[in-house]
Ligand binder design. Structure first.
Ligand code: CTP
Length: 412
């Protein structure tokens, strides 16, 4: 008898609703894959994955109706996703067979029975099903034995060639669960990487796997393993990731969830020899890509500019160009910059009681620039606070005249 007591209340309720609705609709739902693995390990599950041999659409709609949720359908995968507030996502799929015509390409899908559906999966520990009507366990590939022995094992020798993303999934799963990769599986993984299997999948799919790894709490260990196994060469060429830098990033993003973890981990993977960086397939905006390159290739130059700054005002200027991510890496890797970064943090929230209206000049960018210049001057002690207003007036006048002169030059 499977023990659902580790599931959260919401997950248990979702399972019970699927079972009750299925009884009414006269169909047979199986809980499969990740949630079964997690329940058997006494871990909490994320999604609820259900497989039925027929009537998936009827069941999905009836479940959605019962919980006041919505149904989204993915016909190419014979799958329905049911979502509702305060409920985990419930995926309801028709049991299917998959055929990989070309290695690395997405498989062609046809409906099948439960056994077909379990045998098409990536690892034995993900190929166990529980019948929600009679609570019977279906484990045709001995996944429970592998759970006991703490092993990630593929179901057949072509698994990684058929779907090379399983290389990343296997390492991610083994690290998350603290499992080993079973020796024969490890040998097949090695062979697939060495024979260039990863070149048969798109860069977008590889980046997707990388981002999923970066979402894990032990991302540093997973990314180190990807790099060690050569599974990142297909994106970045041969580089060796620095595990201690990845660990620094892990601590930074755990303590500061507002930081861009994908940017930070990517830059840590690429940190090193300042060779050109190719982020094709990552979907990073130009701004985020620039941020990656800055941290990966220009941190040293940035630290030099800081130490060469002739005054505190110049140092603040340098720091203003840094992203929060770059600042966080700088603080974590260059302890001698700590006092400067602390001063910069104070500067960011420092304000002076001066507004645009206080300056007697026509409006324009010279006003805000002069106020910012005055804020720097007061903060660094260049002028006493009581002189702020006259200083700002004077500076704004200078900027204004410069812009007028530039305007005339352009007109002439
Ligand atoms: N699966 C597979 N091959 C893949 C991707 C998925 O065989 N390349 C199967 C696995 O059986 C997996 C299930 O589809 O358990 C669902 O996939 P996914 O939601 O990605 O994985 P989970 O095991 O649920 O993992 P997680 O806990 O990370 O959500």
């Amino acid at each position: 008898m499977i023990d659902f007591s580790h599931l959260s209340n919401a997950h248990r309720r979702a399972v019970e609703i699927v079972r009750d609705v299925a009884r009414e609709e006269n169909c047979r739902p199986y809980l499969v894959g990740g949630p079964v693995r997690d329940v058997l390990l006494g871990r909490s599950a994320v999604d609820i994955d259900i497989t039925v041999e027929r009537d998936s659409s009827t069941l999905a709609r009836a479940v959605a109706k019962r919980i006041g949720g919505r149904v989204k359908s993915f016909p190419q995968f014979l799958t329905y996703k049911v979502t509702a507030d305060q409920m985990p996502e419930i995926d309801i799929a028709t049991a299917r067979k998959e055929k990989y015509r070309t290695p690395g390409a997405l498989p062609s899908v046809a409906s099948g029975n439960l056994r077909d559906d379990l045998l098409r999966r990536d690892f034995s520990i993900n190929a166990i099903a529980v019948d929600l009507i009679d609570a019977e366990l279906h484990d045709p590939t001995h996944g429970q034995r592998d759970l006991e022995n703490r092993l990630v094992r593929v179901l057949h020798d072509r698994s990684f060639a058929d779907d090379p993303t399983r290389i990343y999934r296997g390492i991610r799963l083994a690290t998350r669960l603290g499992f080993a990769i079973e020796p024969q599986t490890a040998a097949l993984m090695r062979k697939a990487i060495d024979s260039g299997a990863l070149e048969s999948i798109s860069k977008e799919r590889i980046w997707h796997e990388l981002f999923m790894a970066m979402d894990e709490s032990d991302a540093a260990t997973i990314l180190t393993a990807f790099s060690r196994e050569g599974a990142l060469d297909v994106l970045f060429g041969r580089r060796t990731a620095d595990p201690s830098l990845l660990e620094i990033v892990r601590r930074l993003v755990t303590a500061n969830p507002e930081l861009d973890a994908y940017v930070l981990y990517t830059s840590a993977l690429l940190r090193g020899d300042a060779s050109p960086i190719d982020l094709e397939g990552s979907g990073f905006s130009q701004k985020r890509a620039r941020n990656v390159v800055q941290i990966a290739n220009e941190l040293g130059r940035f630290a030099d500019a800081l130490s060469e700054a002739k005054s505190e005002r110049h140092r603040l200027r340098v720091l203003k160009h840094a992203s929060p991510e770059l600042l966080s890496v700088l603080a974590a890797t260059q302890p001698e910059e700590q006092p400067h970064l602390e001063r910069f943090r104070e500067f960011k929230t420092f304000s002076i009681p001066l507004r645009g209206n206080d300056i007697e000049l026509p409006p324009g960018p010279h006003i805000s620039r002069a106020i910012e210049r005055t804020r720097e001057a007061v903060f660094t002690g260049e002028i006493p606070p009581e002189e702020a207003r006259s200083f700002a007036q004077q500076i704004a006048q200078k900027y204004f005249e410069r812009s007028q002169a530039a305007g005339h030059r352009i007109e002439n």
